[in-house]
Write a protein that binds this ligand. Structure first.
Ligand code: 5GP
Length: 203
């Protein structure tokens, strides 16, 4: 019997191009209990993005209504668009024992740090700004002006790293994944994860 049956929340931030999506996808593939929370956004979908899988794509009015209705556990304006995390989605998933990754920007992460202490805060970055730029250009999902905006924002975002529990500098994917996996496995062994009286106590 597993006594360690509580879902755990992992809050992960990274500037665009740091490789966060690749690393999180690798983690979810290896550990099926890990899932993404699907955020709500007013950003237009990119090619290949699916509504309800990558994001819930909504208009600004709907977003505002949801924010006013307190439906989000946090929300922020990032790169000119609004993004928010659904409160009920997180609660349901954690109650079902799922581990949840919140892929959110530092503004959102700092809002959560005030409210949720029993969670793991991880910051991922590339080894340099040049490397970030190269990866963003290579990725080819953003127009030139959007790349400049994302790089400008990256400079501000990395200043927040000291507020996170862990820092992963993603120089090589395999090494960075090992680090993320180690963090995940260790955090799942925290005493706060155990909700039942466990056998060794009765020896
Ligand atoms: P993208 O447009 O590249 O999918 O995401 C842009 C930024 O928005 C990323 O830094 C991502 O972490 C952040 N983001 C995505 N969903 C949320 C959310 O629900 N809340 C906040 N605060 N940021 C989010």
């Amino acid at each position: 019997m597993s006594c360690n049956n509580k879902g755990r929340l992992f809050i992960i931030s990274a500037p665009s191009g740091a490789g966060k999506t690749t690393l999180c996808t690798m983690l979810m593939k290896k550990y099926p209990a890990v899932n993404y929370s699907i955020s709500y956004t007013t950003r237009a979908p990119r090619e290949n993005e699916i509504n309800g899988k990558d994001y819930f794509f909504i208009d600004k009015d709907t977003f505002k209504k949801m924010a006013d209705n307190n439906d989000f556990i946090e929300w922020a304006e990032v790169h000119g668009n609004f993004y928010g995390t659904s409160k009920s989605q997180i609660e349901t998933a954690l109650n079902n024992g799922m581990d949840i990754i919140l892929d959110i920007d530092p503004q959102g992460a700092m809002q959560l740090k005030e409210k949720i202490t029993n969670a793991t805060y991880i910051f991922i970055t590339a080894p340099s700004m040049n490397e970030l730029k190269e990866r963003l250009v290579k990725r080819g999902t953003e127009k030139d002006e959007h790349i400049s905006l994302r790089l400008e924002n990256a400079k501000k975002e990395v200043e927040y790293f000291m507020h996170y529990d862990y820092l992963i500098i993603n120089d090589a994917t395999d090494e960075a994944f090992k680090q993320l996996e180690n963090i995940y496995l260790a955090e799942k062994l925290r005493t706060t994860q155990y909700s039942k009286v466990i056998e060794f106590m009765h020896i």
